[in-house]
Structures are given as C-alpha cells and as structure tokens.
Design a protein around this ligand. Structure first.
Ligand SMILES: [Mg+2]
Length: 111
C-alpha cells in the first residue's frame, strides 16, 4: 500500500459533516492528543515500572498516521507531498547524514 492509498482509505472514516477548517483543527488537535497517548506509554515504561507496551505504542502510531492524513487532506496535500518535502529538507540539512554541528547551527529558515 502506498501512503496516498492509505490516505484515501482512511479519509473514508472522516466525519463528512466537518468543514475544511474543522478538519484542519481536528487534525492538529488529534496529532497532539495521539502523541500524548504515545508519550504516556513511554512514561509508564520509563518512570512507573511497566513493560514497554510495543503493541499499544504501535496502535498509537497508527492513530497519529490517521490524524496526519487528515491534516494533510485539510491542506489539500497528499501524504507523499508531505513525505517528499520532508526528505528534501533533510537532504539539505544533513547531506552526509546526521551531524550534530548542523543540528545545532541551523539556518533560521530551516524549520
Ligand atoms: Mg489513540
């Protein structure tokens, strides 16, 4: 399955009553909420004596993917647009692979 096929499939589960602004708001709020759920799993592992629940964490990553697809859809972008732009940014930032010097001394436009 390609990322764009994933986006098309999961957006069939998007609430059709939401307008574009609401889709965007729901998307970014969902990204934050699901990331919080992922962090909580790691917190329990690091600070509360739990085993790392990889299965649950993987499900939360899926939830994050859903909201990523929703947010991209609200912006009229495909997931491949998002991923390809990210790869291009990283190629410019780290042409030879990760470099802590380049990470610390980023140019201002490199968000
Ligand atoms: Mg979740």
């Amino acid at each position: 399955m390609t990322v764009n096929e994933y986006q098309k499939l999961v957006m069939k589960t998007l609430n059709p009553d939401l307008d574009k602004k609401d889709v965007l708001i729901n998307g970014v709020m969902g990204l934050c909420g699901e990331s919080g759920e992922a962090i909580d799993i790691v917190k329990k592992w690091l600070a509360q004596g739990h085993e790392l629940d990889k299965e649950h964490l993987a499900k939360e990553l899926g939830d994050i993917a859903w909201y990523l697809a929703e947010t991209a859809t609200a912006l009229d972008l495909s997931l491949s647009d998002i991923f390809e732009a990210n790869i291009e940014k990283l190629k410019k930032r780290y042409p030879e692979g990760f470099d802590s010097e380049k990470s610390v001394n980023r140019i201002e436009e490199d968000l």
